[in-house]
Design a protein around this ligand. Structure first.
Ligand code: ZN
Length: 114
């Protein structure tokens, strides 16, 4: 869900940037691959060629940022789970403070009930 928002934000951002700077790669190069002639025919007030290039860039940069975000998010979640497991598996004796197994009912050192 968060990933979709990140994608949308950067998609809109880079589409807007490319509408100002149409030379921003790789939109121009992708448009050339289509082999469609340049046109100034306005779509919602923007020349069609510029709009297509802007949308290409929006999608490309949106995907790149989304992939980076997803990788970072996964590694962060992985770390969190590891830390949680560590604290779950062990506890300390309420009497002497010795580290004991979470499931044990008596302390292995002083024998106090947990
Ligand atoms: Zn103890």
């Amino acid at each position: 869900m968060k990933g979709a928002i990140v994608f949308l934000v950067f998609f809109v951002l880079f589409t807007a940037i490319t509408l100002q700077y149409a030379t921003l790669p790789p939109g121009r190069e992708l448009y050339k691959i289509l082999k469609v002639p340049d046109t100034d025919y306005p779509v919602i007030g923007i020349p069609a060629t510029n709009l297509v290039i802007a949308l290409f860039n929006g999608i490309m940069y949106g995907i790149i940022v989304w992939v980076i975000f997803t990788i970072l998010d996964h590694s962060r979640k992985g770390k969190k789970t590891k830390t949680a497991k560590k604290t779950e598996a062990k506890k300390f004796c309420i009497n002497c403070g010795t580290e004991i197994l979470d499931k044990s009912k008596y302390c292995s050192k002083c024998g106090a009930a947990q």
